[in-house]
Design a protein around this ligand. Structure first.
Ligand code: SF4
Ligand code: FE2
Length: 639
């Protein structure tokens, strides 16, 4: 077995991997070593779209070059890519729809939440063309949620959320190409229908279908989720919290929230606050909620809840022997957590009817039953505390301090301390003056096939050394948090220009400096990254595609990264992926997406101004991103 130091950079995770091995418990890191990757699947050339197959295209022109139906390698790979993007999109659209539905229940008096983001509500309503005049908060929220629901129902026109959030220049491009989505459900169904055997067999057309899916993901998934969550729970503001497994407390009832939709995690945090006395009755000093993955991000950003760990090591909080329960909703939840939990007293609690794990406890969570369900979940965690086996308890003690909560509103507010009239000006001036070279968003996850956190951290260190401003979301932000890059202390890794700007803005706000990477939220909050880019582009009077900006997911694992990435490419932003996107088997798909062959007739770069960069080495990848940022600077007339 490889040394645990080669599996994760996080010493707490290493310690828990040793403990798991000693106790004979298998984790994702072990399974990744055992499971060899299929060469056909890895390149996207395996098709399972009908019962004549599965068919697979042999590499290098040797062996079968078409499926039984006659589909060639380009069609098969493009169709599989569209399939992956559609899965990612469906996840985000369903997330957004759940929140829209919840708001309708809230304003009808059927669900126990109150609308907390009144400013955001007014801003979104106005963007949607709704007047706030003479309407109370609930009435206005109902109208906004109705507009959201139209994006799952209407049969003509364009997504309301695209009209709300897209830059006009981008919209023109998509309109010309006939790519504008009508409603999320319609487009997802159409995408499945075109992937079916005997459906769309034109690889270029399939890739354009993937772009439409990307737009659904971006607008009816990411943007709608963020906007509605800010309306329901408030827009995040800067907050200080802690990272790593050391946030689990031996003397407390520990309960982790894991998954994505904050309807659940918010309520669990609320009920944990209300049931402290019950925890004391069983001998604990209180209840400690800790975050995992994006549920962790949501309650970190809005409530300052500490984060225990990120995706690849999600089984390891259980291995501490001190986790009473892990409550989950949807996306990125390894079924393996149940197998690991069965070796301890930890109870895995699933909450959504369409997302269960065999062997886990299921407590049905809906907006209507939010209080009842959250109370039951917290009480279950408390009841498990006396079942702990003290001989199995071993909690790594390191924690790292970090700042999060950098919504666009918060970033603008921080800049306002420097220039009250034109808050974006200091940032734009720093970019124009070269103190800041450009900006990169680090997004995505960690992946047990890669040394955890390593590439996220290495890529960011290389970027900030070269004065590239970094913003981060998702589990990749957790990687940065664990290694000091979400704290002003990380400014030591920055080049001089970037360090001076971040220090000046931080000091204008009473801090020693801003962190070198600004944590903007969960995966759906990549919408905030897009909003920031649109705001900057509009301020400068250029298109988003002209900005010296890019995105990067060095350690991703989920199809959602492909749908988010496709959305950003469609907006004209280059996207780096550090993990095989399972599409390299088709020269056509590679050329369209990566634009690495000069004179290839159609590329996403030519159509939209953004392309895919696939590079597994993080330092090389940073170099490629910096090169491209410099090209875009040059085109803007900047040095
Ligand atoms: Fe094979 Fe064509 Fe069926 Fe795919 S759709 S499995 S390539 S016959
Ligand atoms: Fe996520």
């Amino acid at each position: 077995l490889p040394d645990v130091k080669d599996l994760s950079m996080d010493s707490g995770v290493q310690q828990m991997l040793e403990k798991a091995r000693a106790e004979g418990i298998e984790t994702a890191f072990d399974r990744a070593i055992k499971m060899s990757q299929c060469g056909f699947g890895a390149t996207g050339v395996c098709c399972k779209h009908c019962l004549e197959g599965p068919c697979r295209i042999a590499p290098n022109g040797k062996g079968a070059q078409a499926g039984v139906c006659g589909a060639g390698v380009d069609t098969i790979v493009a169709r599989n890519f569209l399939g992956n993007v559609t899965e990612g999109t469906a996840s985000h659209a369903e997330h957004a729809r759940e929140v829209a539905h919840a708001i309708l229940e809230v304003v009808a008096g059927k669900a126990p939440y109150t609308i907390q983001g009144v400013e955001k509500l007014k801003a979104v309503a106005s963007g949607l063309g709704l007047s706030s005049e003479g309407k109370d908060t609930n009435q206005l929220a109902k109208e906004v949620a109705d507009k959201a629901m139209e994006d799952f129902q209407k049969q003509h026109g364009t997504l309301n959320w695209l009209e709300l959030r897209a830059q006009d220049k981008s919209k023109e491009t998509w309109e010309k190409l006939g790519l504008l989505p009508v409603n999320a459900h319609l487009e997802i169904a159409k995408s499945l229908a075109r992937q079916v055997m005997g459906g769309d067999a034109d690889p270029a057309n399939l890739l354009l279908g993937a772009v439409t899916m990307g737009l659904v993901d971006g607008f009816a998934g990411l943007h709608m989720s963020t906007d509605l969550q800010d309306i329901l729970f408030g827009t995040p503001t800067a907050v200080k919290s802690q990272y790593r497994l050391g946030v689990i407390k031996e003397d407390m009832v520990n309960l982790s929230v894991h998954g994505h939709i904050p309807l659940l995690s918010e309520k669990v945090v609320e009920w944990a606050g209300k049931l402290t006395d019950k925890a004391k009755e069983v001998g604990a000093t209180g209840i400690n909620v800790v975050g995992v993955c994006c549920s962790g991000n949501e309650v970190l950003m809005r409530r300052g809840v500490p984060v225990a760990t990120n995706y690849a090591s999600q089984e390891l909080p259980i291995v501490t022997g001190a986790l009473e329960a892990m409550v989950v909703d949807i996306q990125c939840i390894m079924p393996g957590i149940q197998t690991v939990a069965s070796c301890y007293h930890t109870e895995i609690i699933t909450t959504l009817a369409y997302s269960k794990i065999a062997g886990a406890t299921h407590v049905e969570f809906t907006a209507e039953r939010a209080d009842e369900a959250a109370k039951e979940i917290v009480l279950r965690a408390i009841a498990n505390f006396p079942k702990r086996d003290p001989r199995k308890v071993n909690i790594p003690n390191e924690v790292t301090e970090a700042y999060a909560g950098f919504s666009v509103e918060q970033i603008v507010e921080a800049l306002r301390a420097v220039n009250p009239e034109e808050p974006l000006k200091p940032l734009v001036d720093a970019i124009a003056g070269g103190q800041i070279l450009g900006a990169v968003a680090i997004v995505g996850c960690t992946n047990p096939r890669k040394k955890q956190d390593h590439d996220n951290v290495a890529l960011v260190k290389e970027l900030i050394k070269n004065n590239v401003l970094v913003v981060a979301t998702g589990c990749s932000a957790h990687s940065l948090g664990k290694f000091g890059l979400l704290s002003p202390e990380g400014l030591q890794y920055c080049g001089e220009g970037l360090r001076n700007v971040l220090t000046a803005v931080g000091q204008a706000n009473g801090l020693p400096g801003l962190p070198p990477a600004l944590h903007m939220g969960s995966c759906v909050d990549n919408s905030r990254v897009a909003d920031l880019l649109v705001a900057l582009a509009n301020y400068l009077g250029v298109a988003v595609k002209d900005l010296p900006a890019a995105g990067s997911c060095p350690e991703t694992h989920h199809p959602k990264a492909l749908s988010i990435g496709t959305y950003f490419i469609a907006c004209g932003v280059d996207v780096h992926v550090g993990v095989n996107p399972q599409a390299t088997g088709s020269p056509l798909v590679v050329n369209v997406l990566t634009a690495d062959k000069e004179n290839f007739p159609v590329t996403t770069d030519g159509l939209f101004g953004g392309k895919l960069i696939y590079e597994e080495d993080p330092v090389k990848a940073a170099g490629l991103l910096i090169e491209r940022i410099k090209q875009k600077r040059k085109a803007l007339g900047l040095n």
